[in-house]
Design a protein. Structure first.
Length: 137
């Protein structure tokens, strides 16, 4: 991988880390770029959910989703693996894509169901791209 490619990936990882930390208001802790990850492999981020989630960031023009998912799943081990990939022509990380396997989606559903069984119903999510005032009209 060339230095230019590594620099581009590092910029995207920093942008994502900042977005994830700010969008969660830092309630669970910061998302930070894992330095030297490109050399050693493993997750792209030091993040508060590392015990459960593996996050892999991709900012490349040619999409190779199957290979990315395989890499992410191999790196994740028993954790839920996500590939976050940049959406071309878009500068807003909230509009980028996060891809996982159907098996990991099922596991997320199981986790949410266990949470609801223990703590009660989960409030509906308000998406950042919707205006609650518009939904009530």
């Amino acid at each position: 991988m060339s230095k230019a490619s590594r620099d581009k990936g590092a910029r995207y990882e920093r942008k994502l880390a900042s977005f994830l930390t700010n969008s969660t208001l830092g309630l669970w802790g910061p998302f930070e770029r894992r330095l030297e990850q490109w050399r050693k492999g493993g997750d792209d981020f030091v993040q508060p959910f590392e015990k459960f989630l593996s996050l892999e960031a991709k900012d490349v023009a040619a999409v190779s989703l199957g290979a990315w998912i395989d890499q992410s799943v191999a790196s994740a081990g028993t954790r839920i693996a996500f590939v976050i990939h940049h959406r071309r022509g878009n500068g807003d990380p909230a509009r980028d894509f996060a891809t996982t396997t159907v098996a990991d989606l099922v596991e997320i559903c199981h986790v949410l169901a266990r949470y609801e069984n223990e703590y009660g119903p989960i409030d509906p999510v308000t998406r950042p791209d919707t205006d609650p005032k518009e939904e009530t009209q």
